[in-house]
Write a protein that binds this ligand. Structure first.
Ligand code: BG6
Length: 369
């Protein structure tokens, strides 16, 4: 039931803090991650894997990309993220030391299911991240880490996405613990950051109200670009997917570093560009690089909407609009930056008079290949 909300999507966006909190619940002990779900696999399997392949489709694949950044950083295992349908039909290299992680809200997506079955038959171990108890994909897997986002009704995924990222981060910290690649102290630090995310999302939900006006102003917009770097890159892709799905607008997400290698040719006066800005505290100084990207597109007439850390003074002179997000460690910023983009997709769809929950041509669970 919508319970007073204008759409299921509005309700589900409001539940994003709970989706993260409930997915963490019961999986932290003494500040460390304990995933009992991994027990059937055995610690020796986790200790011996030499590669992880994440398979998923759509929004779930973008969650997988965030998982790659975090798992590689924490557990020092190479991670590839593959669209399930591309992975399945190109004779991929799998061994008994490959861990395949599938991600699916519904647990019924046929493309993902076929990839899981193929991986199992090829001798790889399969762990699935799924939001639906007893679905087909979990039943075909060696282990399941359930996301506890609650049932998601709107076709475009929102709360399931943040829950998937949460589950992948827990998996990354769990594997890092087993393999000893991160000290207990650092694991605890990251766990605490993750546990702080729900309250910060709640804060973003309040401050993002102004996005409704932005959406109203943009009902005739034909094309929107999204730029992000590092963990901001999957968020750029997610923001663009939401606009395609919900508002039927041509939208593209780019890695900000790629701008000068092509996409900057698209920038003409009035082009709307959302930019996900890393924290000015970023240890790799990516902030500076993204700010200079903003200057480059601004000089060519782009209308810049920056999603940036609260108090980031460097973006102010160059952005037409700044959507502030609370301070968080770099892996946790995307869980905050994605919220305004979910709201924006929903508001633009509503402002155009479209069906927010049931966009044309789409189904919540696609059970054909
Ligand atoms: C698509 C939906 O068809 O399936 C996306 O429109 C979703 O929103 C994707 O991300 C994957 O679905 P699932 O259930 O496997 O996570």
């Amino acid at each position: 039931e919508k319970g007073g909300w204008s759409s299921f999507m509005a309700k589900e966006i409001s539940e994003e803090p709970d989706a993260v909190a409930n997915t963490i619940l019961g999986r932290v002990q003494d500040g460390l991650v304990r995933l009992t779900e991994f027990e059937p696999l055995g610690d020796d399997v986790i200790a011996n894997i030499d590669r992880i392949v994440v398979v998923a489709c759509g929004t779930a694949a973008y969650a997988g990309m965030l998982g790659k950044y975090a798992i590689e950083a924490w557990a020092r295992v190479p991670v590839d993220v593959e669209l399930a349908h591309e992975f399945r039909y190109r004779n991929p290299i799998l061994t008994d030391r490959t861990l395949v992680i599938s991600i699916s809200q519904s647990g019924e997506t046929m493309d993902t299911l076929m990839a899981v079955k193929f991986a199992s038959e090829s001798g790889a171990k399969v762990v699935s991240v799924c939001n639906t108890h007893g679905a087909t994909i979990p039943r075909e897997s060696d282990a399941v880490v359930y996301t506890h986002a609650g049932p998601e009704v709107a076709v475009a995924s929102t709360k399931a996405f943040v829950a998937q990222v949460t589950a992948l981060y827990l998996i990354g910290l769990h594997i890092a613990g087993v393999r000893g690649t991160l000290s207990d102290e650092l694991i605890r630090e990251n766990v605490a950051e993750l546990q702080a995310v729900p309250a910060k999302i709640s804060e973003v939900l309040v401050t993002s109200q102004s996005i409704k006006q932005l959406a109203h102003w943009m009902t005739d917009t034909q094309s929107v670009l999204f730029l992000g770097r590092h963990v901001g890159y999957p968020i750029a892709l997610e923001g663009a997917l939401k606009l395609k799905e919900l508002a039927y607008i041509h939208a593209e997400g780019f890695a900000a570093g790629e701008l000068k290698h092509g996409p900057i040719a698209l920038i003409e006066p009035g082009q709307v560009v959302f930019v996900i800005v890393p924290s000015p505290r970023d240890p790799n100084s990516l902030h500076k690089k993204v700010v200079s990207n903003i200057q480059e597109i601004r000089a060519r007439g782009a209308r810049v909407i920056a999603i940036a850390e609260k108090g980031d003074a460097a973006v102010l002179p160059f952005a037409d609009e700044v959507i502030p997000i609370p301070l968080a460690g770099s892996f946790f910023e995307p869980l905050l930056a994605v919220i305004p983009l979910h709201i924006f997709g929903m508001e633009l769809s509503a402002a155009k008079g479209l069906d927010v929950d049931q966009p044309r041509n789409l189904a919540k669970s696609v059970t054909v290949e």
